[in-house]
Ligand binder design. Structure first.
Ligand SMILES: C[S@@+](CC[C@H](N)C(=O)[O-])C[C@H]1O[C@@H](n2cnc3c(N)ncnc32)[C@H](O)[C@@H]1O
Length: 398
């Protein structure tokens, strides 16, 4: 069923509201482009099914053509796996390249591979309906991912064209959202949602539970709350008033839902704010993204901190939000240091410039599976990684 190629909307800076056009059995089709990655739509689209071999599909995507999958849904997933195997044969950046260049090359290669794989596209009819043979129902997952607070009024979702990888990501995020993630430090489940940082690495949460609270702590602020997991642990430790901030609507909704489910809604207020909300607190906690670097997607923003804005913003302003005996707890891995993206001196300089001093540092080794993966070109840096909770206090009374 391979049909003729058709150019998509030729606007120079297309965004997520771009309409894309292709032909199917000589009939014109159109849909809204939805990539979740900030990717532009492909310049050419070709409607395909099982009659296209994986080798030819690979040649098409390597040339930048987007393949609109019209075959059986499960066969589409098999084609995706076949393309993944072909892409995996590309040589990773050599492990003798020095950091930080090796890191930048690895990130660039992974992003190019994801982009290539993202050229296998899946069309969804209105209201997130898949019309392919053996297709699962994805409407609930798409609604959960795309119709967050403020968009609930959208009564009819338009037809979409999106990378199959993005749809699989939406469906797996929905599974996590339904099943939850057991957080040992909390003794309960946290329910992440699409686009929100999920605390799959638990070790930093153990540090949070083990570190003694400042005496008589009555108020705490959790800066960049994500799922709300840190705010929940602070509430569970008995702090009567906790405020949790974030800038992303999906995170704010997710944290609010988690507080309701954990029974902490009265104790924890979730507020939209850039870092801080006015006031002084006995404890201010922040787990910023651990690597400095540019971001494209919401999930990137949980891992990468562009120009270290969050880290610098937190350390330069937190002293004005601490009570005289208050403490700031900064949770940070030293992975960026091993990748030569930031030095220990820079971090210590920021702490000092922020009018803070180090009361104690509590370290823990990561236990996540990636830390032992030998075929990872960053394995040597990962093997040395240590996560720390920096217990900071005012260098001198203000
Ligand atoms: C690494 S995640 C940590 C999430 C959560 N605290 C945890 O430990 O699981 C960082 C969070 O900070 C949020 N964030 C980024 N910049 C922010 C800012 N300027 N103000 C508030 N939150 C921010 C992101 O949306 C993200 O949810």
């Amino acid at each position: 069923m391979q049909s003729t190629e058709k150019l998509t909307d030729p606007r120079p800076n297309p965004d997520e509201s771009t309409l894309v056009y292709w032909t199917e059995n000589d009939q014109p089709c159109q849909a809204l482009w939805q990539s979740s990655h900030g990717w532009s739509p492909p310049k050419a689209l070709l409607c395909v099914d099982e009659t296209l071999s994986a080798d030819r599909a690979y040649r098409f995507i390597s040339g930048g053509t987007g393949l609109v999958w019209r075959g059986d849904f499960q066969n589409g997933k098999q084609l995706l796996a076949a393309l993944k195997r072909r892409i995996a044969k590309q040589k990773p950046p050599a492990s003798d390249i020095a950091y930080p260049e090796r890191f930048h090359l690895v990130r660039q290669a992974r992003s190019q591979q994801a982009r290539l794989l993202g050229l296998l596209l899946i069309p969804l009819a209105e209201n997130f309906q898949l019309t392919h043979r053996r297709a699962p129902s994805v409407a609930a997952a798409c609604q959960a991912a795309y119709l967050v607070e403020g968009q609930q009024a959208l009564s009819r979702a338009p037809a979409l064209l999106m990378p199959l990888t993005a749809l699989i990501g939406v469906v797996s995020a929905y599974e996590w959202q339904r099943q939850g993630l057991l957080v040992a430090a909390l003794g309960q489940h946290i329910y992440p949602r699409h686009g929100v940082f999920a605390p799959t690495r638990h070790e930093y949460l153990d540090l949070l539970v083990q570190t003694a609270l400042p005496t008589g702590t009555k108020t705490a602020l959790d800066v960049g709350t994500g799922t709300g997991v840190i705010a929940a642990i602070l509430a569970k430790r008995g702090i009567p008033k906790v405020i949790a901030t974030d800038t992303q609507s999906a995170a704010l909704q997710c944290a609010k839902d988690n507080m309701a489910h954990l029974g902490f809604s009265a104790q924890v207020k979730v507020l939209k704010a850039d870092l801080f909300v006015p006031g002084q607190y006995n404890l201010v906690v922040c787990n910023p993204p651990w690597l400095p670097g540019p971001t494209k997607t919401a999930l990137d923003a949980a891992v990468y901190d562009p120009d270290s804005q969050m880290l610098v913003g937190f350390l330069s302003q937190v002293r004005t939000h601490l009570t005289p005996q208050g403490q700031a707890w900064l949770i940070l891995s030293d992975f960026a240091e091993h990748l030569k993206l930031r030095s220990r001196q820079t971090l210590l300089g920021l702490i000092e410039a922020g009018g803070l001093k180090v009361l104690a540092r509590h370290d823990i080794k990561p236990r996540h599976p990636k830390s032992t993966k030998v075929d990872d070109p960053l394995a040597d840096a990962r093997a040395q990684e240590v996560t720390s909770l920096w217990q900071l206090t005012l260098a001198e009374k203000l």
